[in-house]
Unconditional design. Structure first.
Length: 333
C-alpha cells in the first residue's frame, strides 16, 4: 500500500517480522497519503501524480502523465484491487471514529485553530458545509494522528471521499524534539483540518462507498464490544464487521442471561446471517389469565361430570373426601 520499492525495505527498517514497532520505520508523507487514499478509494490502488499535463501557450499537449497512469491502471485489471472493498470500508469507519471522538476531534474543530495561531477561521466543525439549497451537512472524514518517540515527529494523515492529505512536522536530522506540547493531534491535526476545510468547501455531500455484500452492521456494547443487553444501558455503539466476524457472545461486562434476551439475540443473529431485516416487535403488555373457574361452588366431581352422582351409580364419595367435607372448591383452602 505504501508503494515502497523492495530494494529500500531493509534500509528503511521494514523488517519481515511480526512485531513491528510504531515509528521505527522510515516513511515519506507521499507514501502515507497513498496508503490512506486506498482506504477512501474502495481498496483500489492510487498512484500519486505531481503533474497532470504539460501544454504550451497555444494549448498544444506535450505531456500527459495522468493519461499514462490511467492506462497503466486499466491494464492491471482486477490486480488494481490492493485490499478488498469490505476491508477498505471497515477501515473508513474505524478511522472516522478518530475524527468524531478521538485524537483528530480537536483538529477538526475551529477552536483548535484559534488556540494554535490566535486567529478564528470559523465556528464548530471544519467539515460542516452548506449546499446550494442552504442545507447544512457534515462531510464524512477519517484519519489518524501519530507522534514519534521524544516528540520528534508529528503526523496526521486523513481523507474525505474527495481528497487525502498527509501532514508531517519534524526535522531533517534525528535527535531533536518538537517539544512536549507538540503532537500529531495538537499541531499536525490542526493544520490538516484547516487544509481539508478549504479543499472540500463547495463540494456536494458524498459518503464512503459501502460494499453491497460482505459487511454487516451490529449494535454492540461500547465497553466490551460484545452483543448488547438491556443492562448495557447507554454503552452502545453501531459498528461494522466483515460478515462472519460480528460478535456472537452476550456482553459479559453487563451480563444478562434471561431467556427473552438470549432468544432475541439469536433471532437477530439469524437475521444478519440471512441478509434480511425485520422489525423486532416486543409485546410488553401483562399476561392475563382467567382464574374465575376456581371460585365456582361446584365440587371437582361435579365440574368433571357436570352431574351429581347418587348411591346407585356406584361412584359414591368416600368419607373424609374433599367433595364431602369441604364447602366450595378445596383448591382455594
Amino acid at each position: 500500500m505504501l508503494g515502497i520499492p523492495q530494494n529500500e525495505l531493509a534500509s528503511r527498517h521494514f523488517d519481515p517480522v511480526y512485531p513491528l514497532g510504531l515509528g521505527v520505520c522510515s516513511v515519506r508523507p507521499i507514501e502515507m497519503a497513498r496508503a490512506f487514499a486506498i482506504f477512501a478509494n474502495g481498496g483500489k490502488e492510487v498512484t500519486p501524480m505531481a503533474i497532470r499535463s504539460v501544454e504550451d501557450k497555444n494549448g498544444n499537449l506535450y505531456l500527459n502523465p495522468e493519461k499514462d497512469i490511467r492506462l497503466a491502471q486499466q491494464k492491471k485489471g482486477n490486480n488494481i484491487q490492493v485490499i478488498t472493498p469490505q476491508t477498505a470500508f471497515i477501515m473508513d469507519k474505524l478511522l472516522e471514529r478518530t475524527v468524531e471522538s478521538g485524537t483528530l476531534e480537536y483538529g477538526a474543530d475551529f477552536d483548535s485553530t484559534v488556540f494554535t495561531i490566535g486567529k478564528r477561521k470559523g465556528v464548530g466543525s471544519k467539515f460542516k458545509f452548506t449546499n446550494s439549497n442552504g442545507k447544512s451537512f457534515i462531510m464524512p472524514s477519517a484519519g489518524k494522528t501519530g507522534t514519534t518517540q521524544n516528540w520528534a515527529d508529528a503526523w496526521t494523515v486523513g481523507f474525505t471521499p474527495y481528497y487525502t492529505a498527509a501532514f508531517w512536522f519534524g526535522f531533517d536530522k534525528p535527535g531533536q524534539s518538537l517539544g512536549l506540547s507538540i503532537t500529531g493531534s495538537t499541531l499536525a491535526g490542526v493544520a490538516w483540518g484547516d487544509f481539508m476545510h478549504v479543499a472540500n468547501n463547495g463540494l456536494a455531500y458524498k459518503n464512503f462507498p459501502k460494499p453491497a455484500q460482505g459487511v454487516v452492521m451490529a449494535t454492540v456494547c461500547s465497553v466490551s464490544g460484545q452483543i448488547l443487553t438491556p443492562e448495557c444501558g447507554n454503552h452502545k455503539v453501531d459498528a461494522y464487521y466483515l460478515a462472519g466476524t460480528e460478535p456472537t457472545s452476550v456482553c459479559e461486562r453487563h451480563r444478562n442471561t434471561t431467556g427473552s434476551t438470549i432468544g432475541i439475540i439469536r433471532i437477530q443473529n439469524e437475521q444478519q446471517r440471512s441478509g434480511y431485516s425485520f422489525d423486532n416487535v416486543v409485546d410488553t403488555s401483562p399476561v392475563k389469565l382467567d382464574l374465575d373457574f376456581l371460585k365456582s361452588d361446584k365440587t371437582s366431581s361435579e365440574t368433571n361430570s357436570g352431574t351429581t352422582s347418587d348411591t346407585g351409580s356406584g361412584n359414591t364419595n368416600s368419607p373424609g373426601s374433599p367433595d364431602e367435607n369441604t364447602e366450595g372448591n378445596w383448591l382455594l383452602e
